[in-house]
Design a protein around this ligand. Structure first.
Ligand SMILES: [Zn+2]
Length: 186
């Protein structure tokens, strides 16, 4: 669906029809992802099942996203496939969110309208590691060795200078921004 994926959808109709959608969304089209943690492009496969539960609109959101994350220890690339599948209550107002059962994750679909990209981005954010790290420092050295070889074709001498950078700030600021427009609660 070229160009059509980012518009707002009428989720009331989708919920009534119990619609099931499979979408491939380019990572670049997902709003608000932390660019300091994700490099490269790729696509996120989203499987969305709409319906109604206890009077609420619900979407079961399944994502499969082969991503290239940036290891926060060596700053090298790190292939990770994120898979997540969770139900989300689609609420039409903050007031409705207050009344929703607390065990549900909620997502604001104001006036029954929703951007698939924004919903997928939110779910992906929740599933992303806060601080992506290679399994251990030897994996970092291998990654650093590869990067050095690509950069200058010189024998790699992987300096572990980035070790202190592992305290990289999680995307707390970003979450705050997102929460301004969409509300998620536990
Ligand atoms: Zn690493």
């Amino acid at each position: 669906m070229p160009g059509g994926a980012s518009k707002l959808r009428d989720v009331r109709k989708l919920a009534d029809a119990r619609a099931i959608l499979d979408l491939d969304i380019p990572v670049a089209q997902l709003p608000g992802l932390p660019v300091e943690l994700i490099s490269g492009g790729g696509q996120v496969h989203a499987h969305l099942q709409f319906g109604r539960e206890q009077g609420y609109m619900v979407a079961q959101v399944g994502l499969k996203a082969p991503l290239e994350l940036i290891c926060q220890r060596c700053m090298g690339p790190m292939a990770v496939t994120i898979e997540t599948n969770s139900p989300v209550l689609l609420i039409e107002s903050e007031a409705e969110a207050e009344a929703a059962p607390v065990e549900w994750e909620t997502y604001l679909a104001a006036e029954g309208r929703l951007s698939f990209e924004a919903l997928a981005a939110e779910e992906l954010l929740l599933a992303l590691p806060v601080v992506p790290l290679h399994a251990d420092s030897s994996a970092c050295e291998r990654s650093a060795g590869r990067s050095a070889a690509v950069r200058d074709a010189a024998p790699a001498s992987p300096a572990q200078s980035a070790a202190d950078a592992a305290t990289a700030r999680p995307f707390a600021d970003l979450r705050a921004l997102l929460d301004g427009g969409t509300k998620t609660k536990r």
